[in-house]
Design a protein around this ligand. Sequence first.
Ligand SMILES: Cc1cc2nc3c(=O)[nH]c(=O)nc-3n(C[C@H](O)[C@H](O)[C@H](O)COP(=O)(O)OP(=O)(O)OC[C@H]3O[C@@H](n4cnc5c(N)ncnc54)[C@H](O)[C@@H]3O)c2cc1C
Length: 296
Amino acid sequence: MDFDVIIIGCGPAGLQAAIHAARKKVKVAVLGHLEASGLNRADVENYFGIDQMSGKELLFKGAEQARRFGAEIFEQDVMKAERKDDAFEVITDHDLEFRSRALILAPGISRKKLNVPGEKEFLGKGVSYCASCDCNFFRQKTVAVIGDESTAASSALLLTEYASVVYWISKNLNVAPQLMAKVKASKADIISPASVARITGDEVVKGLELNDGRRLAVDGVFIELGAKGAADLALDLNVLPDPSGIIEVNKDMETSVPGVFACGDVTGMPWQLARAVGQGCIAGTNAAKLVRKEAD
Ligand SMILES: Cc1cc2nc3c(=O)[nH]c(=O)nc-3n(C[C@H](O)[C@H](O)[C@H](O)COP(=O)(O)OP(=O)(O)OC[C@H]3O[C@@H](n4cnc5c(N)ncnc54)[C@H](O)[C@@H]3O)c2cc1C
């Protein structure tokens, strides 16, 4: 199937890109699952002009809006995306082939799972994968951050500004010395080497059990195992992500590869809706401009 612009990612970044590109009268395909967007699980109260709204409602309205302007949404996962001659070729898990002249990467950041009992059960009830999204809910509470690398370290630091007690639990600390020094100078209590056996609670999180038998009473558990997901797609396209999977873009949302744009969480923090739609607007507009210029 031939399109002018293919967008990988059906979250707010991808959908906003689709809205802006489709309004410029280019043929747009959006690939991805609405249900898989981070926004689908959010309860938004910090977005301009909206006091409070379920992320799901906002997301599905955005998808309808994109469709109204002519974008086609295919709820499929991309298995491969590569440059073939002067076009991009994308193959999905439904074995469909899409071609386009411009490509926008908006696959978000899939948070790595810890895979312990209680993690799924208490998601949104004390378990979070995003400290900057949820820190405000844990003012004067006790929280634990789990992870070994810079994402965990910076989350622990951030949380010291909100929570009264912050435990950082790491199997194997692997953080640059400058950042490590900041955490050590903060009030965070570093428990390492240690690993989590289970997250416990009733309606909400109440505690953690470590593999060495220790128990900690906590109100929140932040699983910060680093970002992954988009890196493989990017590498297929010769876009080199940083070690945590983040894709660098310029102010026009262009990556280092001509014709490939990126927007949303995949381009870095803060992982927030406002940033995702702002970048989506720029990426969609510029991808459409590029295609129209080529056509002229
Ligand atoms: C629980 C929770 C609460 C949050 N609360 C807030 C909040 O209150 N305020 C706020 O501003 N932000 C909040 N956020 C963050 C916000 O949801 C994200 O910043 C935003 O969704 C990022 O948008 P995105 O489009 O970049 O990525 P996402 O919304 O994550 O969308 C990613 C899309 O890419 C698709 N995708 C991934 N890989 C592939 C592939 N290989 N092929 C095809 N498609 C693919 C997925 O299917 C999905 O459609 C919250 C997030 C979570 C998880």
